[in-house]
Design a binder for this molecule. Structure first.
Ligand code: NG6
Ligand code: CA
Length: 505
C-alpha cells in the first residue's frame, strides 16, 4: 500500500470508529481540550488598568479577569514594539533572532516562515479551529502585494483557519479589512493601490492639505488622508472598502463574537487583537468623554467594554468554564505617538507606566512589562503572581496544556505558572526594543551600552540608551533610578557572561 493510500485507510478506519462511539463520549473528548483565547491590546501600559492601580481610568471588565484569575505583576511582552512582540507571541521565538521583526510598513512581506511552528498551527494539529480577529502587523504576501487579488501568504498560511484583520496598524495604509486574504467590500471598479515611497498624483496628503484634516499630525503621519485622519503611507482607490475608524472596535468585536458562536462546539483558538489604545485614537461617540483623559483614556474604556461583551458571549454560549483566556499588551504605553490628541495635555494624575521607567520603544521596564492576566473560570484560583513570565512562553505552555509536542528553545513551558499553581517563573529573559537587547536575571536587569539618543524626543520616552553598562536591582528599585554597574562589578560580569551566551555578541 502506498503511503497516501495507507493514510486514507487509517482515516477511514478512524471515521468508522468515531461514528460508532456514543454521542456522550464525543462530548467528553471535546471538553478535554479547552478553548484558548488570547486577548491582545496595542500599547496598553502597565498602569492603564484599574486592577493594576489606575484610578483615572476604570476597566471593570479587565479587572474582573485580573481579580478572578492570575494577575501577573512581572509579565512581559517580548519587545517594546508591536511586530516583534506579535512575531514572538505566535512563534515562541525571540524576535531579535529575526532581523525582519521590526515595525513594518503596510506593504511588508510576511515575516513568519510558513514552515515555522506557530501557536495556531500547533493547535490545529490538536484538532482546534483557529482564528485571528484584529490587528495583524506581521506582513502579508511575499513581495509586491496586489490588494485587489487574494493576498497570500498571510495568517491563513501560518496556521489560522479564519482571519479577519487589518493589515498593519490603524495609522498605516491600506485602511481596509481583509477576510481570509481578500479585501472586504472591494469594488472591482475602484482598485486599491498602496505605496510607501511616493504619493499618487492628485491625491491629497496630510502634509499639503491641512484643511482636510479632522485630526492633526504631530510627527510622521502626514501622507494619505482617510476619514480626515492623515496616515503613514499612500493609498489610492478602494473607497467603499475603507474602514470607519470610530466603528473599528465594534466591528472587530462582532467578528470575535460571531467566531465564538460559530465554533463553540469544537475546541477553538482565537487571537483577538484589539487596536486600542494605539494611535489614531478614535473612540466611538458613545465613549467620548468617558474619562477625563481625552481619546487615549476613552479608547481604553472602549476596549474594556469590548472585552466585557466578548466574555459575556462566552458565558451566554455556555463555554466560559471551558475557555482559558490570556490577556496582555504588545508593548508599553506612549502618550504622543504622532497625533495631537490631548494624550499629554490631559494626562493629569494618571500614570500609564504604573511607576515604571521608559515606555513604548524603551529597554527600561515600561517598554515590556505590561498587564498580563490568565483567567479560566472554575479552573484558575484568583491570585497575584510575581513570577517572571514572557509572552514567548505561551507557545510551550499551551503545547503542554493540549498535549502538543513542540521543540522550542526560547519558549519555556510554564503552564503551572500560567494556571496559578506555581510561582516559579523564568530565571532569565532577554528583553528587546528596536533591535537592542537587555538581560533580565531574577531581579536584576543589565542593559549593555548603546549608541543613540537617551530620549526619543518626539514621543518623550527614555529609550534606555547609555554609553555605559546599566545594572538595576528591581527588587528595591523598580523605577530603575540607581545604576549599580560600578558598585556591583561581580553581578555585572555574571550578567554580561550570561547575556553573551544567549544573545551571542
Ligand atoms: C512608528 C509610528 C508610530 C507607531 C509605531 C508602531 C511615526 C513617526 N511613528 O513609526 O505612530 O505607528 O511606528 O507602533 O510614524 S506599533 O505599536 O505598531 O509598534
Ligand atoms: Ca503596539
Amino acid at each position: 500500500m502506498s503511503k497516501l493510500n495507507l493514510h486514507l485507510f487509517l482515516l477511514l478506519l478512524l471515521g468508522v470508529f468515531s461514528s460508532c462511539s456514543t454521542g456522550t463520549k464525543s462530548i467528553e473528548t471535546k471538553s478535554e481540550k479547552p478553548n484558548i483565547v488570547i486577548i491582545y491590546l496595542d500599547d496598553l501600559g502597565y498602569g492603564d488598568v484599574s486592577a493594576y492601580g489606575a484610578i483615572e481610568i476604570q476597566t471593570p471588565n479587565i479587572d474582573r479577569l485580573a481579580n478572578n484569575g492570575v494577575m501577573f505583576t512581572d509579565g512581559h511582552a517580548s519587545s517594546a514594539t508591536c511586530t516583534p512582540s506579535r512575531y514572538a507571541l505566535l512563534t515562541g521565538v525571540y524576535p531579535w533572532r529575526n532581523k525582519d521583526a521590526k515595525i513594518l510598513p503596510g506593504t511588508a512581506s510576511l515575516i513568519i516562515d510558513t514552515a515555522q511552528v506557530t501557536i495556531p498551527k500547533m493547535l490545529k494539529e490538536q484538532g482546534y479551529y483557529t482564528g485571528v480577529v484584529g490587528k495583524w502587523h506581521l506582513g502579508l504576501g511575499s513581495g509586491q502585494v496586489n490588494w485587489n487579488e487574494h493576498v497570500s501568504p498571510g495568517p491563513n498560511e501560518v496556521g489560522f483557519d479564519y482571519s479577519y484583520i487589518m493589515a498593519a496598524t490603524q495609522d498605516r495604509v491600506p485602511t481596509v479589512y481583509l477576510k481570509n486574504g481578500l479585501v472586504e467590500g472591494l469594488d472591482p471598479n475602484d482598485t486599491i493601490e498602496v505605496d510607501y515611497s511616493k504619493n499618487f498624483e492628485g491625491e491629497p496628503t496630510g502634509k499639503d492639505n491641512p484643511e482636510l484634516l479632522t485630526m492633526k499630525w504631530h510627527h510622521g503621519h502626514n501622507n494619505s488622508i482617510v476619514n480626515g485622519i492623515p496616515r503613514i503611507g499612500f493609498m489610492k482607490g478602494g473607497k467603499k472598502a475603507k474602514w470607519s475608524d470610530v466603528d473599528m472596535a465594534d466591528h472587530f468585536l462582532a467578528k470575535a463574537q460571531n467566531y465564538v458562536k460559530q465554533h463553540k462546539n469544537e475546541p477553538f483558538f482565537l487571537y483577538y487583537a484589539l487596536q486600542q489604545p494605539h494611535v489614531p485614537r478614535t473612540p466611538h461617540p458613545r465613549f467620548v468623554g468617558s474619562t477625563d483623559l481625552g481619546p487615549r483614556g476613552d479608547v481604553i474604556v472602549e476596549a474594556d467594554w469590548c472585552i466585557g461583551k466578548f466574555i459575556k458571549t462566552l458565558e451566554e454560549e455556555g463555554i466560559l468554564e471551558n475557555t482559558l483566556i490570556i490577556l496582555s499588551s504588545d508593548n508599553g504605553p506612549v502618550l504622543n505617538d504622532g497625533y495631537y490628541d490631548d494624550a499629554v495635555e490631559r494626562i493629569g494624575n494618571h500614570d500609564q507606566n504604573g511607576g515604571l521607567r521608559g515606555g513604548k520603544y524603551s529597554l527600561f521596564e515600561a517598554g515590556t512589562r505590561v498587564p498580563f492576566i490568565t483567567y479560566w473560570k472554575g479552573k484558575i484560583e484568583p491570585k497575584k503572581s510575581d513570577a517572571l513570565i514572557s509572552q514567548i512562553d505561551i507557545l510551550a505552555s499551551v503545547a503542554k496544556l493540549t498535549g502538543a509536542e513542540v521543540n522550542s528553545s526560547d519558549s519555556e513551558e510554564l503552564l503551572d505558572v500560567l494556571l496559578g499553581k506555581s510561582d516559579e517563573g523564568r530565571e532569565e529573559l532577554v528583553l528587546e526594543a528596536s533591535s537592542r537587547t537587555a538581560l533580565r536575571k531574577n531581579n536584576w536587569l543589565m542593559i549593555p551600552p548603546y549608541k543613540g539618543a537617551a530620549v526619543a524626543v518626539q514621543v518623550n520616552i527614555e529609550l534606555g540608551n547609555s554609553s555605559e553598562f546599566q545594572l538595576y536591582n528591581l527588587n528595591d528599585d523598580i523605577g530603575q533610578q540607581t545604576n549599580l554597574a560600578k558598585t556591583n562589578p561581580d553581578k555585572l560580569n555574571e550578567m554580561i557572561g550570561d547575556y553573551k551566551e544567549i544573545v551571542g555578541t
